[in-house]
Ligand binder design. Structure first.
Ligand code: DSN
Length: 412
């Protein structure tokens, strides 16, 4: 595919990044490797088209084929998640969430969501984000003792604050979510429900976690994390909200959809409908639970004591290392991770007390427990030798040897 690129500078950078992705191990919980077919769809002439509007009702001519592409993506998402209505146009996760707020709320309305430093997301009402500037977000927290969501406390807060919308679904929470509990609380206080399943969509599609789509009002997800598609998002909702959601996406927030990305979404959704995707989702969780167990055995403290999904948050305070120091040392050892706050973190988000790890990407490369055991050993060695560049370089070499034996899917 890159054979056609003649710009030597860009070509060199693409080659370097591609090599980095082979030689290093991706443990960032929100990343994955899309299939060659998904990547190929992105580099097609569909990228040339303008298609403002929706299938059958466009504001530009020449869209009869694009209509078929978009309808295909919609039908596959409906089938995969048992959704009544799907909008496949959102450009990414934050715009998808903003579209939902625009559809359901008036500026100043109250929304209840998880605090960012307890595992929430910027677009769930952080004061620096447009969501927090336009709407009155109040936040629930995880239980400081257990690291789990406390549904009784959330019910109490919902009754006190009477939100118009309750947001569930998180970017740094490792436990199964009580969707039914959230649904019941929303019924009690007369609130809409939004599930942001961006992190776990692939595990839900692979039938390893509970699916909130059939009974939540609206569900958003990015398509590039555990779902393993192109960068982008979709919104699923009940038929009664379809018009509001569609109008909020276009013309409310976006112009033309990215039709090449829509085609790639259709391919990824088709891949997720294959029986082998269930095995993938199962192995992602098995790998995460095995990694958590090995790290605990090596003395690391995992928030909530383990994981039910693809990710875990490690509280590094007992090791007296900050999240940033750990991230930098691990990067020198070829392990790509992201620092993270821990619930009630005394440190600032730029250099917090924790580190988030995920297994979606390495599982795509075919990693099983045997390879995960190596990761746990290298992780521990790298943090213990964080001031020794020679040891870190030696680990990086071993990481690259394993990485080259189990490379990510490449498209050229
Ligand atoms: N940045 C993503 C994550 O890492 O969880 C969410 O947007």
């Amino acid at each position: 595919m890159t054979n056609t690129i003649k710009d030597q500078t860009v070509l060199r950078l693409i080659a370097e990044e591609s090599k980095r992705q082979i030689d290093e191990l991706e443990l960032i919980a929100s990343e994955n490797y899309a299939s060659p077919a998904v990547l190929a769809a992105l580099a097609t002439p569909l990228a040339n088209k303008y298609s403002e509007g929706y299938p059958g009702k466009r504001y530009y001519g020449g869209n009869h084929i694009i209509d078929e592409v978009e309808n295909l993506a919609i039908e596959r998402a409906k089938q995969l998640f048992k959704a009544e209505h799907v909008n496949v146009q959102p450009l990414s996760g934050s715009p998808a969430n903003l579209a939902v707020y625009l559809a359901l709320l008036q500026p100043g309305d109250t929304v209840l969501s998880l605090r960012l430093d307890h595992g929430g997301h910027l677009s769930h009402g952080h004061p620096m984000n447009i969501s927090g500037r336009l709407f009155n977000f109040v936040h629930y927290e995880v239980d400081p003792q257990t690291g789990y969501l406390d549904m009784d406390q959330i019910r109490k807060q919902a009754k006190e604050t009477k939100p118009k919308l309750i947001v569930a679904g998180f970017s740094a929470y490792s436990r199964e979510i009580d969707w039914v509990g959230f649904h019941n609380i929303a019924l009690e206080v007369g609130a809409y429900t939004l599930a942001d399943i961006s992190h776990t969509a692939g595990l839900i599609a692979g039938e390893q976690l509970i699916n909130p789509v059939p009974f939540f009002d609206v569900v958003t997800t990015t398509t590039h994390k555990t779902l393993r598609g192109p960068r982008g998002a979709i919104i699923m909702c009940q038929t009664k909200l379809a018009k509001k959601i569609d109008q909020a996406v276009f013309p409310g927030l976006q112009g033309g959809p990215h039709d090449n990305v829509t085609a790639a979404k259709a391919i990824a959704l088709g891949e997720a409908l294959e029986p082998s995707f269930k095995e993938y989702a199962h192995q992602v969780i098995a790998n995460a639970q095995f990694l958590a167990k090995k790290l605990q055995a090596a003395g690391y403290s995992i928030v909530s004591g383990g994981t039910d999904n693809h990710l875990m948050i490690i509280d590094l305070r007992p090791q007296n290392i900050t999240g940033r120091e750990a991230e930098l040392a691990l990067e020198k050892a070829g392990l790509s991770t992201s620092r993270s706050t821990i619930p009630g973190d005394p440190r600032p988000p730029f250099n917090p007390s924790g580190l988030r790890l995920g297994t979606a990407a390495v599982t795509t490369r075919g990693f099983k427990e045997k390879e995960i055991e190596h990761i746990a050993i290298w992780f521990d060695q790298a943090l213990k030798s964080r001031d020794n560049n020679q040891t870190l370089a030696a680990i990086k070499q071993q990481v690259a040897d394993l990485g080259r034996r189990l490379p990510p899917p490449q498209y050229y």
